[in-house]
Write a protein that binds this ligand. Sequence first.
Ligand SMILES: *Cc1c(COP(=O)(O)O)cnc(C)c1O
Length: 384
Amino acid sequence: MSDPLIQFIRQWYGTDDYIPLHAPTFGRADRDYVLDAIDSTFVSSVGEYVSRFEKQLAACTGAGRAVAMVNGTAALQVALRLVGSQAGSEVITQPLTFIATANAIAHTGAKPVFLDVDRRTLGLSPEALESFLNEHAERRDDGAYNKTTNRRIAAVVPMHTFGHPCRIEEICRIAEAWGIAVVEDAAESLGSTSGGKYCGTFGLLGIYSFNGNKTITCGAGGAIVTNDDALADRAKHLTTTAKVPHRWEYVHDEIGYNFRMPNLNAAMACAQLEKLESYIADKRLLAEAYAEFFSKIDGVSFVTEPAGCRSNYWLNTVIFPDSARRDAFLKRTNDAGIMTRPAWKLMNELAMYRDCQCGPLEQAEWLEQRIVNIPSSPRADSAT
Ligand SMILES: *Cc1c(COP(=O)(O)O)cnc(C)c1O
């Protein structure tokens, strides 16, 4: 199976060179906007491209507001702080995620709690969330508390794994019944929808990442989206050093962050966002071709978008019957200059998070042994 797949991927991208998992694609506009930012001399914390990008991002996701930041991890940290995540509180998330999710929680001083994922969507399982809360949580005047640890549960952070929407509507319903804020880690799922609504816009706050390996990139960047104007204003204030607006005076009214996206990056972000739909269209063609390819392979299944959803297919994913076959595939493809990689090591198995409370993690552990990501970049001509 590996060799025909290698051949297929080489043909798709039309190259004998090394093929990475997800490379960025640039066109005319990226260069023009970045050069324009340089010519303007506004490359740093002031400039037109930042607010232009924020408006463009809000418009294309249907979010009321967007606030651009230096990266997705910082955006998640700030979003969590805005819902009261702090020392002495807890935040529920999934163990099958990139390290940034857990680190952002820890950076606010809170402790992550890891609950299982859903086998079909690879995202947080509503059943796992509901049974954990029924068993361990209680409602108090100022929110939900973990009865065992006596800590306030400040938020639940579902992650739309590899761009596939998780069962977000159900998660929001459960969290709402418990009075817990939903902060969506939509870093990987820009442009993905569930029931026609964009990932990132279901929770009280959502975050995106524009790192170099994401669906669109501006080198490094991130954003918070929300429909709550007061929260968006708070996010902007906190991430721009909490400076009180004034033409010449420097007064800051709290300990803020320097998390603003530089104008130089925002210029590239504007150009990239204009091409989001053409990138996704090309990535979906590849996903379709992969699905067709793997439909003929016994025992290996290709992960498709859940029913009622549109996935951006950020990273295409296959599930092997066991880790031995997976490992053989990883070796063969990487030896052939085609980058493939297994799932992240589960967060609860890392030294820093080993002492965190976990629910039963059967599905996450099963998937971790079997998942492989395969090349998923949009082709170069989708950028023009
Ligand atoms: C990429 C990513 C982030 C944010 O990453 P940055 O590199 O800080 O922009 C957060 N969560 C997940 C799941 C991610 O994949």
